[in-house]
Design a protein around this ligand. Structure first.
Ligand code: CA
Ligand code: CA
Ligand code: CA
Ligand code: CA
Ligand code: CA
Length: 364
């Protein structure tokens, strides 16, 4: 017994004396891909094609958070990446990662885009943590700038995650915003003589802290990530059940999602086919589920060092299957990188862009 006590003490002392990899904030966390048994696609390894310029923030700041895309149908290669910097606002980047504009509008946590709102407006929205509400902009298609449209105050104690939903039959857009308490508000957005408003449609209550959300417009559902509880699915209709369905294979017994569940996104391959993807922050991977049916878990992938550094501790993600010119004919997967390195040097956070073909090569 005595021997073991001393051994424990010696190990404890050694652990205290040595710099600890985990708590050293300049160290890049070890990737630890572990895939749930029976995942049909197994484990994928991809690399990013490029990264955006770093956000304006201190190296140690958790600042970049959530990417979105504005699609230029006329010149798809000129589409814009819109990323939140949760310390100061929104940044707009070209598809080569160059920052084109910064909007220092305050702490926007999550951002989302829906084009063709009411048939004519390209809408950008974000959750504003100081205003405790949502801010909205329109993309001016000529100048390609964001023009502030208005704000909606939330009734929540605080605002955190955010996403948009567009009804494909009416072109109406709803905004979903959530609180760390697990509450979600659904607002229908209105436009009246150029001034926007919103009507609270309903509230949902989840069991604990939520953040990442994504709406599947065609299938009329919204997925909400309970950071330590998995992904829940709800119908978007005002009369739909307020009781979510737990997406299969995203609970604590499964390796598909390791806490926290963060960003969620949809990659569509047809009107009702494609994938639901979740950032599994706890093991630096992305879990891929069938978009339709019971959301069967298909496998997980990881973004390793390559052209640019690999990706760790991702918050927001966004995927699109829209063709983005010759570089990205099947679209992209974009994600925040919590530990951005240029060579051996840790620099401020940014977003990485993965050519979807790399992911589809693994999926097939
Ligand atoms: Ca983070
Ligand atoms: Ca988003
Ligand atoms: Ca979070
Ligand atoms: Ca990295
Ligand atoms: Ca880098």
């Amino acid at each position: 017994m005595k021997y073991f006590s001393w051994l424990f003490l010696a190990l404890f002392a050694a652990a205290c004396a040595q710099p600890n990899e985990q708590s050293n904030t300049t160290a890049e966390p070890e990737p630890a891909i572990e895939v749930a048994p029976g995942a049909p696609k197994g484990e994928g390894i991809v690399i990013a094609a490029l990264e955006t310029e770093s956000v304006e923030a201190d190296v140690e700041d958790d600042a970049a958070d959530d990417p979105a895309l504005w699609y230029d149908a006329g010149q798809p290669e000129l589409s814009l990446i819109i990323g939140s910097n949760k310390t100061r606002g929104l940044d707009v980047y070209s598809l080569s990662g160059k920052r084109l504009a910064s909007y220092n509008v305050g702490p926007i946590n999550n951002v989302d885009v829906r084009q063709g709102w009411l048939g004519e407006y390209d809408l950008v929205g974000g959750s504003h943590r100081v205003k405790i509400g949502m801010d909205f902009w329109l993309v001016n298609k000529n100048t390609r700038e964001l023009e502030f449209l208005g704000s909606i105050a939330s009734n929540l104690e605080d605002v955190y995650g955010f996403c948009l939903y567009k009804d494909p039959s009416t072109n109406e857009v709803h905004a979903f915003v959530n609180s760390k308490t697990g509450k979600v508000e659904q607002w229908m957005l209105t436009m009246d003589n150029g001034s926007m408003g919103g009507t609270l449609v309903r509230e949902l209550q989840l069991q604990s802290q939520v953040e990442g959300m994504v709406a599947d417009d065609e299938l009329g559902v919204i997925y909400v990530g309970v950071e330590e509880g998995g992904i829940y699915k709800f119908g978007v209709g005002a009369g739909d059940s307020p009781k979510g369905t737990l997406v299969l294979n995203s609970n604590q017994d499964n390796l598909a999602i390791q806490y926290d569940v963060e960003g969620l996104t949809i990659y569509s391959t047809g009107p009702s086919s494609g994938y639901l993807i979740a950032s599994s922050q706890g093991n630096n991977t992305y879990a891929v589920f069938d978009r339709s049916g019971q959301n069967e878990y298909l496998g997980s992938f990881e973004i390793k060092d390559g052209v640019v550094d690999g990706v760790q501790e991702t918050d927001g993600i966004h995927a699109t299957s829209l063709p983005l010119g010759s570089e990205f004919p099947m679209g992209v997967f974009m994600c925040q990188d919590g530990f951005n390195f240029d060579g051996e040097t840790k620099v401020s956070q940014n977003f990485k862009v993965v050519d979807w073909r790399m992911i589809s090569d693994w999926m097939e």
